[in-house]
Write a protein that binds this ligand. Structure first.
Ligand code: SF4
Ligand code: MSK
Length: 670
């Protein structure tokens, strides 16, 4: 058994600390205590165990060891990584597929409660693919787009269509390397085939297909999911939201939605505002229904509807420990099986809704888009009926305001205004050195590290260095809980150049861009930055880095791999799942080296695992500076900028009238 950590070592979030103490008082376990009790297997953890057939499992622990079939360590590691990427790509892409079927049903008037909310985005996306848009109704266009997108999953030959949206040079590179996906399902199936016993046994060749499979996620499945979510539920724009367990309300029926897909949660939002449901809640003695979210479902409804986030991945159990949650409604992905056992200690009902996910002991109310609003009301009534069973309640006070909703469309708009929307100001700010570079800090929590510490440490340090930060997924919620997603909060700790840009444009220095599938928005921003000009002609030339400091899911590995294939340097925290034991077993880090140096030669991007935040920051800044130098941009200087902006104007306004002129001219002369 590993050492039991102190509560402060589990998480830096004080609300989480309060609830973990409550769990300890009650004698119930959480992912934090289970992580202490469960030591990870060091052989499997290094990717050196294979259980692909009944002759194994084979554990390779000495130099020169091979499996019963003769498979080498690098073959086994490549297979393990490829299977993880295939599972991640499948999860995201199945989400995209369901969205495409919902769009088809909406276009044909077969759903209840949905509408096409963003017709402009529908027309724009349709026009990428040559779908006629003139003199056609939104439903006609949506029907054609849905058909095209549905076909991308089962397509057997050719190329998935969203890759056309990548920079031209990148598309040529992908063609030469043979990694443009033919169809989503085909690549996932082939990944499983190739990694079966007795198939592909050249690690680089196996990993080439891992890249192709990940591409089917980023440049197809996930991109389709984001496009359709925006079309059906609206493209996000900034609004005010709140995050952390303090959003739960003592006097209301608390319903927490958790998982990933926005289709049901959007309907639950609509149903919770229905007079019939409000009256039903009042009749039950509550002041209404308080909805909140966990994980990426939280992000989906937070950025479109302003529904508060109760927390990120490791808050799912903690929210139940408050005793204030009448129902937790889950769909797909990142849902812990431990929820049901924990909920049985309270009155909370765990309600599964996806035909793909049932949990033993949970209540299953299957979602069907044809009766979405009716089902959403049924779920809410069940939660309201449960209000009377509530026992002792312990809701922590912590909650922070945030401004989410920075879709790539909104970033484009805010930088230039509606008549001249463009990425020119962002590119110019990078070229001048006001912004040193861009970091996308994304991904999960992992109970094996201190919750939110790595995320927020890296975010804070990079901001001081004039690095603009964009975030998605549970990383975004980590920053939100610590108050880093509000314009004015912490702006005095942001580097002077970045601060000027934020004050001029009116944006926070950390932009919340959405859920895990919305990492494709980051691909779109990078593509548009290339197209704007001045930062090279491909994504790998932009001074940008992607980080997932607390990753844990297979989806994260798929995201990392499609970002690398797109030209990004990606840094993961924690242990590599294919790290080998190079100090004990010769050459067991061959695959680890290949996905760094080898992939960099091929794709211009690389994937590395770095354990400490200090080293992550160092590597990020070194990469950004290397890319700046390669573009011939001036080296970043910490004190070159910062003589304009709001802070300076406030100083000038405080001066006597006769001195303002001089101060202003002084500024202008600088
Ligand atoms: Fe062992 Fe080979 Fe079977 Fe893997 S595929 S379990 S290495 S015999
Ligand atoms: S929910 S995949 S824990 S980010 Fe998208 Fe969070 Fe990671 Fe799940």
């Amino acid at each position: 058994m590993s050492k039991k950590r102190e509560v402060q070592e589990y998480t830096i979030d004080t609300a989480a600390q309060t609830m973990i103490r409550r769990a300890e008082e009650l004698g119930v376990d959480t992912a934090f205590s289970r992580a202490d009790a469960m030591s990870p297997c060091n052989i499997g953890g290094a990717g050196m165990c294979c259980k692909q057939c009944g002759m194994g499992p084979c554990r390779l622990t000495k130099s020169g060891d091979v499996g019963v079939c003769g498979a080498t360590i690098e073959t086994i590691q490549a297979r393990n990584l490829t299977r993880a990427i295939a599972a991640g790509a499948a999860a995201h892409s199945d989400h995209g597929r369901d969205m495409a079927f919902t769009l088809k049903a909406v276009a044909n008037g077969q759903t209840e409660g949905y509408a096409i909310k963003d017709v402009a985005k529908l027309r724009r996306v349709a026009s990428y693919y040559g779908i006629p848009i003139e003199k056609r109704s939104p439903e006609e266009i949506a029907n054609d787009l849905a058909d095209l997108y549905i076909s991308q999953f089962g397509q057997q030959r050719g190329e998935v269509v969203p890759v056309r949206r990548a920079p031209k040079k990148r598309q040529e590179r992908w063609k030469q390397l043979g990694v443009i996906p033919r169809g989503v399902d085909r690549e996932v199936v082939e990944a499983l085939h190739r990694t079966h016993i007795g198939d592909d046994q050249d690690y680089q060749h196996i990993l080439q297909h891992a890249v192709k499979t990940a591409m089917a996620d980023g440049w197809a499945g996930s991109m389709i999911a984001t496009d359709i979510s925006d079309i059906l539920f609206g493209t996000p724009a900034p609004l005010l939201g709140q995050a952390n367990l303090g959003v739960l309300k003592k006097d209301m029926v608390n319903v927490v939605v958790h998982g990933h897909e926005p289709t049901l949660s959007e309907m639950i939002v609509a149903a919770s505002q229905d007079p019939e449901i409000i009256a039903y809640a009042r009749a039950a003695g509550a002041n209404g229904v308080q909805l909140s979210g966990i994980c990426c479902t939280a992000n989906e409804i937070l950025m479109r509807q302003g529904i508060p986030a109760a927390g990120n991945f490791l808050h799912q159990e903690l929210s139940i420990l408050t005793g204030a949650v009448e129902a937790m409604v889950v769909d797909v992905q990142c849902i812990m099986q431990a929820l049901v056992g924990l909920a049985s200690r309270f009155h909370t009902k765990i309600i599964t809704t996806s035909p793909k996910v049932k949990i033993t002991g949970a209540t299953h109310i299957e979602f069907d888009e044809h009766h979405a609003l009716t089902i959403a009301k049924q779920i809410l009534k069940l939660a309201i009926d449960n209000f009377k069973n509530r026992g002792e309640v312990h809701i922590p006070n912590e909650r922070e305001d945030l401004i989410p909703g920075f879709s790539h469309e909104y970033i484009n708009y805010m930088l230039g205004g509606s008549y001249r929307a463009s990425f020119r100001p962002l590119n110019d700010a990078i070229i001048s050195g006001r912004i040193r570079g861009v970091a996308a800090i994304v991904g999960c929590n992992n109970p094996r590290s201190q919750q939110d510490y790595l995320h927020t440490k890296v975010v804070r340090e990079l901001l001081k260095q004039d690095v603009l930060v964009v975030q998605t997924g549970c990383g975004a919620i980590a920053s939100a809980k610590l108050g880093l997603l509000l314009g004015e909060a912490g702006i005095d700790q942001v580097g002077p150049g970045l601060r000027e840009v934020c004050e001029t444009v009116g944006i926070p220095p950390v932009l919340h861009m959405g859920s895990c599938v919305d990492n494709t928005r980051i691909l779109t921003v990078l593509t548009q930055m290339v197209e704007e000009g001045g930062l090279g002609d491909d994504i790998d030339q932009i001074p940008a880095v992607g980080l997932a400091p607390e990753w844990m899911s297979e989806k994260a590995l798929a995201i990392a791999t499609y970002c690398v294939a797109s030209g990004a340097y990606v840094i993961f925290g924690g242990q590599s799942p294919i790290g080998g034991m190079p100090d004990r077993v010769e050459d067991s880090d061959k695959v680890l080296k290949y996905i760094s140096q080898g992939w960099e030669k091929e794709y211009g991007g690389k994937l590395e695992f770095i354990a400490t935040p200090e080293k992550m920051i160092e590597a990020t800044l070194a990469h950004i500076d290397k890319k700046r130098a390669a573009l011939g941009l001036p080296a970043w200087e910490p004190n070159k900028f910062g003589r304009s902006g709001d802070a300076k104007m406030l100083q000038v306004e405080a001066l006597p009238l006769e001195k303002r002129r001089q101060a202003i001219y002084g500024l202008a002369a600088d």
